[in-house]
Design a protein around this ligand. Structure first.
Ligand code: UFG
Length: 337
């Protein structure tokens, strides 16, 4: 297939592009490099043995998008591009509505104008909010508690409405839990700008000596050790979930939703131990107050993806930590040369 990958230079996008190229697909990455680096695409080419085409553009730029569709003629789109920091979204909500919601509308209009009928969308387990208890099935009640989460929830609604109105449109909504890890080669991985928001990149930087210690946000949750439980999934498993969804879209129209998780939750303290074991480095930490907006536990019911996509996550937390250690050791400053 000819696949347009928005945000393909980013963390999950780059790993997915390696898998797409490996399966023989033709790929055009469209990325504005606002939170990614072209170096990741050079390394994707090295890993896959051939490059993806690349256009530096924002997905909300209708003229650039139209030009990309005219020249590349994609059969399908995998739409990763978007902003993803919860804290930033509370300070700059309109930026999130423009770059996530409005840009997706532009993308759908452009797809319709060019007769492209298949899209895989990066959604998030954040849409489950705290309306119900995990494990979350795809039909659990949804909602969101911050502008970032609202954009994911709104885009899901827009995609469902667009598919209902256009019987030729096939949509896969993938709700990611907590992607972690790196390609086993250590050549591509997560390269957050500034202070990492997420647990694994922060732990990795503490282990590497870039930061002095980790703050554990709360140990008074109703969980076995009091710290938050999450469903950490290896990024290569997430990437392979996209290929499984793409294969399924070819079978039929409509809007379908699948969780991408492992179904197995780990606590913050268990993640610290796993990273210590993988790296051989002790991670100093202190317990601090809960982080506003955090839930006690979030993990997936993964049976629907197993049944319908013939996909399950295969890689363990230990493997994800080992791969992150390898990526971090070989690239102490990420892609910065
Ligand atoms: N945590 C710490 N210290 C840190 C960072 C995180 O203790 O420095 C804890 C959190 O409190 C939470 C766990 O580690 O219990 C995981 O936190 P992350 O920030 O890594 O991940 P979240 O589950 O909070 O967030 C992720 C995505 C968001 C998404 C959310 C819900 O990063 O984009 O899942 O789906 F909105």
């Amino acid at each position: 297939m000819r696949v347009l990958v928005t945000g393909g230079a980013g963390y999950i996008g780059s790993h997915t592009t390696v898998e797409l190229l490996g399966q023989g697909h033709q790929v055009l990455v469209l990325d504005d490099l606002s939170n990614s680096s072209e170096e990741s695409l050079r390394r994707v080419a090295e890993l896959a043995g051939r490059p993806a085409d690349f256009v530096q553009a924002n997905v909300g730029d209708a003229a650039e998008l139209d030009a990309a569709f005219t020249s590349f003629r994609p059969d399908a789109v995998i739409h990763f591009a978007g902003r993803k920091a919860v804290g930033e979204s509370t300070r700059l909500p309109l930026l999130y509505y423009r770059e996530n919601v409005a840009a997706t509308v532009t993308l759908l209009e452009t797809m319709a104008a060019h007769g492209c009928h298949q899209i895989v969308f990066s959604s998030s387990a954040t849409v489950y909010g705290s309306a119900s208890e995990p494990p979350f099935t795809e039909d659990a009640p949804t909602g969101a508690t911050n502008p970032y989460g609202h954009t994911k929830h709104m885009i899901e609604q827009i995609l469902a409405d667009a598919a209902a109105a256009d019987p030729s449109l096939s949509v896969a909504v993938l709700r990611y839990f907590n992607p972690i890890g790196a390609h086993e080669s250590g050549r591509i991985g997560e390269d957050p700008k500034g202070i990492p928001n997420n647990l694994l990149p922060f732990v990795a930087q503490v282990a590497a000596g870039r930061r002095t210690g980790l703050q554990v946000f709360g140990n008074d949750y109703p969980t076995p050790d009091g710290t938050g439980l999450r469903d950490y999934i290896h990024v290569v498993d997430v990437a392979q979930g996209h290929l499984a969804a793409l294969a399924r879209l070819a079978d039929g129209a409509g809007c379908q939703t699948w969780n991408l998780g492992t179904g197995r939750p780990f606590s913050v303290l268990e993640v610290i131990s796993a990273y210590e074991a993988a790296s051989g480095v002790r991670i100093p930490y202190q317990i601090v107050d809960r982080r506003p907006g955090d839930v006690a536990a979030s993990y997936a019911d993964v049976s629907k993806a197993g049944r319908e996509l013939d996909w399950t996550a295969h890689r363990s937390l230990e493997q994800a930590c080992a791969d992150t250690v390898r990526w971090q050791a070989a690239n102490p400053d990420g892609y910065a040369q």
